[in-house]
Design a protein around this ligand. Structure first.
Ligand code: FES
Length: 77
């Protein structure tokens, strides 16, 4: 039985892309990348690292604009 991991596409050198989750910020994806959004838009980036927003506060979602750094509302008790 093949695992799902064996179906992950690789770059021409056979290396896996690395996605690094940060503690309270974006996921850092090794570029270049092509993102396809839920509404069908395609976003291409040739940068060596692309920051993907995980907090959904970014004005340029799905890319991070560092809005995650802004102060968070204190939780209600
Ligand atoms: S993770 Fe940076 S703005 Fe959302």
């Amino acid at each position: 039985m093949r695992s799902w991991w064996s179906s992950v596409q690789t770059d021409p050198d056979g290396n896996r892309r690395t996605i690094t989750y940060t503690a309270e910020g974006p996921a850092l994806v090794e570029g270049p990348v092509e993102l396809v959004t839920a509404d069908g838009r395609t976003i291409r980036s040739d940068r060596c690292v692309v920051a993907l927003c995980l907090c959904r506060r970014s004005s340029i979602y799905p890319l991070c604009d560092t809005s995650h750094r802004k102060r968070r509302r204190p939780t209600e008790q």
